[in-house]
Design a binder for this molecule. Structure first.
Ligand SMILES: Nc1ncnc2c1ncn2[C@@H]1O[C@H](COP(=O)(O)OP(=O)(O)O)[C@@H](O)[C@H]1O
Ligand SMILES: [Mg+2]
Length: 360
């Protein structure tokens, strides 16, 4: 899926802009504080209904207004066109979204319609920060790969919340019912993640080989409980501790994954530069798998292209992105940061200044 036309209203310093992007690579340049990240943010919001820079939507909306709108005309893999529109207000949690002019209240509809993958400065923390980011990374992949994952995950989450609330209020007689639900759906969540990791692994290895010479690489799922035992037994064993602290210590909500290079944790073993390339490859592998399995290639957003990668790896990455044939939006402060573009096909270049975006 690629955006044919994008309209942005009131996203930070972008007041009312329309762009006609290339279905391939779009380069966006402009001085600091011109609005490049805001453009990336607008596209991200269109796919995920949330920002990657602010926890709430209020700071994203232009100071002088109380709502933002992002809408797009897109081309689906089956050549049908699709209209996406999203309106967000600062004060309410309500969100108003239209897909082909039909209103929907489900963020997941939007996310399935327009999967966006983002690479920005915080992405490079994926492997050394806490497990939450890795769980989100993994679950976004599973969500796109398996339509059945979301309802299962929701049922698991509900069971977990119920169980935790019973633990807190010490209503232990009802625990049994929710334990059963938690174990049933928890194991399903775990199995989905396991299958997904197995699928994404070869795709990831294929991509990383373009950047690095690495002998042995592995992705390993961490279940979130002592996996030599059954989840129900672990819950039973830990019940005193769970009651004492008022929450469930074991289950896939504590899940994680590890990236191993030569059997060692990548984050403790490889260089900073290599770690970045591993992370980029992981993210691109998710996009590639989506294309391979669902014929749905989302958009790839790369904010601050030059900040984290040296010129050789930037060139390799551009080359790979061209071959992937997905729609890409990349920002940098200078055109020169994009490198030599003589062999890059079908790209468009946009200049941003004071929130105004112009093709060049
Ligand atoms: N809610 C808002 N309303 C208006 N301007 C904003 C808002 N939030 C941030 N800005 C401003 O928008 C400008 C563009 O920011 P940004 O997109 O991060 O720039 P760039 O990525 O080009 O460096 C900055 O000057 C910032 O202060
Ligand atoms: Mg920026």
């Amino acid at each position: 899926m690629s955006l044919l036309r994008l309209d942005i209203y009131n996203v930070r310093n972008i007041l009312n802009e329309t762009i006609i992007p290339s279905p391939a690579i779009n380069f966006i340049f402009g001085e600091n504080a011109s609005g490049k990240s805001s453009l990336i943010e607008a596209i991200y919001i269109l796919g995920r209904a949330k920002s990657f820079r602010s926890a709430t939507i209020k700071p994203v909306i232009n100071f002088a207004h109380n709502q933002l709108i992002v809408s797009a005309q897109a081309l689906q893999p089956n050549s049908n066109s699709l209209h996406l529109g999203l309106q967000l207000e600062g004060d309410s949690k309500d969100f108003c979204c239209r897909i082909n002019h039909h209103p929907t209240q489900k963020k997941s509809d939007l996310a399935y319609a327009f999967p966006v993958q983002l690479i920005h400065s915080k992405s490079y923390e994926l492997l050394d920060a806490g497990p939450q980011g890795r769980r989100e990374f993994l679950d976004w992949g599973v969500f796109n790969d398996e339509m059945q994952f979301l309802p299962v995950w929701r049922k698991f989450k509900k069971a977990l919340l119920q169980r935790n609330s019973l633990l807190k209020t010490r209503q232990l007689e009802q625990l049994n019912v929710w334990d059963k639900e938690l174990v049933y759906y928890g194991k399903m969540v775990h199995d989905y993640r396991q299958r997904y990791l197995e699928k994404v692994k070869p795709v990831f290895i294929d991509i990383i080989k373009r950047f690095l010479v690495i002998d042995e690489i592995d992705l390993r799922l961490i279940s979130g409980w002592d996996s030599t035992k059954e989840l129900q037994d672990v819950l039973a064993e830990n019940i005193d501790r769970d009651i004492r602290y008022g929450f469930t210590h074991s289950g896939p909500h504590r899940g994680d994954f590890q990236l191993l290079v030569n059997n060692k944790l990548a984050k403790d073993y490889v260089s900073r530069g290599q770690l970045k390339l591993l992370i980029i490859s992981l993210k691109l592998a998710q996009v590639q798998l989506l294309a391979n399995e669902n014929n749905n290639m989302g958009a790839v957003l790369i904010d601050d292209f030059a900040a984290e990668l040296d010129i050789i790896n930037r060139a390799k990455l551009l080359n790979h992105l061209s071959e992937m044939r997905c729609q890409v939006f990349i920002t940098a402060t200078e055109v020169a940061d994009f490198g030599n573009l003589t062999r890059t096909k079908d790209y468009k270049m946009f200049h941003v200044e004071h929130g105004i975006i112009k093709p060049v």
